[in-house]
Design a protein around this ligand. Structure first.
Ligand code: ACO
Length: 321
């Protein structure tokens, strides 16, 4: 048995925030943001939280898969911005959509979370523990952003993407690879609630996102091609068989550099960062849903999904559509 994606869905908040609007919040410009990142606009959640975005994406994925919420055995929510410490976001999604038979937990691996959640789902399915799962990537990084820090606040957007995965005898996920480098974790961090109790007299603080952009850039352009080569070579798959490389949408220039290192044409690397910015754990499932709904995926197509981010973490999933 292998896990096969049988439906996708996504949801982004309605409110569009353009680069021009941000230029009124911090000292920046449309030209700076577009040339460095490829981002033109992003969606920001005014009222909804991560669980609401995740639940809406999940409902759309269930509809696409023609699977009812009651049939779901497990829900994995990849997020680094859950609305609460507990209950976890996956349980909130379970309650919102009525997946009464599911067990549910969050996976915290920042922008690689969706790939790591898919790998976890695959392990459950291969081991015969569960048959049908809902895998969601959702983040509201706008709530963890320092809106006076122009180096980070222009990069992120809010959103959610989801996939229904089911045990299949023939095809689906072929192979996955995952990795972490905790020693370099501080190049990309959000140290929320990290201090404070009655002994030290400090108040727990809500921290903000910090990023060393150049270190993240170097990490991504090295690690993403490496893990894609690894997932292909370990499964004896020729890179030319891959129709699309669905990469984490962190930065247009990172995706271009990855395509170049893979010696693959850039039209095999679909992009939507211009519209949504970096939605962290949600970028890959939102893009996958877009490709699915635009009719660009045909049964039998081979795809590689790849993510990288805070932790540091990375992951790649090779699958047959
Ligand atoms: N508008 C205008 N100027 C800015 C802005 C902004 N929004 N942000 C920074 N600057 C200024 C800096 O203050 C600096 O000015 P100075 O030279 O006077 O000191 C100048 O622009 C250059 O700053 P750098 O940080 O060196 O800019 P860089 O060319 O490295 O570009 C960027 C920054 C786009 C973040 C780049 O490092 C990058 O692409 N990094 C990859 C990281 C990334 O994409 N992260 C996404 C989130 S993480 C993830 O998803 C895994």
């Amino acid at each position: 048995m292998t896990g096969r994606i049988i439906g996708t869905g996504s949801y982004v908040p309605e409110r569009i925030v353009t680069n021009e609007e941000l230029a009124g919040v911090v000292e920046t410009s449309d030209e700076w943001i577009v040339t460095r990142t490829g981002i033109h606009e992003r969606r920001i959640a005014e009222t909804e939280g991560t669980s609401v975005l995740a639940s809406r994406a999940a409902e759309r994925a269930l509809e696409d898969a023609k699977v009812s919420a009651e049939e779901i055995d497990f829900i994995l929510l990849a997020t680094s911005s859950p609305d609460h410490c507990f209950p976890n976001g996956a349980c909130e999604v379970q309650a919102a959509i009525g997946a009464v038979h599911a067990m549910a937990f969050d996976i915290s691996a920042a922008c690689s979370g969706f790939e790591i959640a898919l790998s976890t789902a695959q392990a459950f399915i291969q081991a015969g523990v569960y048959r049908t799962g809902l895998i969601i990537g959702a983040d509201c990084l706008s709530k963890l952003t320092d809106w006076s820090d122009r180096a980070t606040c222009v990069l992120f957007g809010d959103g959610a993407g989801a996939a229904v995965i089911q045990a299949d005898e023939e095809a689906g996920i072929i192979h996955t690879v995952m990795g972490s480098d905790g020693a370099r974790g501080m190049v990309l961090s959000c140290l929320a609630r990290s201090e404070g109790n009655f002994l030290n007299g400090k108040t727990p603080e809500l921290g903000y996102i910090y990023m060393n952009g150049q270190e993240v850039f170097k990490f991504a352009v090295k690690k993403v091609p490496e893990c894609i080569h690894q997932v292909l070579s370990e499964s004896k798959t020729d890179i030319e068989e891959i129709k699309y490389f669905v990469l984490h949408q962190a930065n247009y220039r990172i995706c271009e550099a990855v395509a170049k290192r893979l010696k693959q044409p850039f039209d095999k690397v679909p992009m939507n960062i211009d519209k949504y910015g970096n939605t962290s754990g949600a970028t890959v499932p939102i893009l996958l849903d877009q490709l699915n709904r635009e009719g660009k995926l045909t049964r039998g197509d081979k795809l590689v999904l790849a993510g990288f981010g805070g932790g540091l973490t990375w992951g790649a999933v090779l699958l047959t559509w």
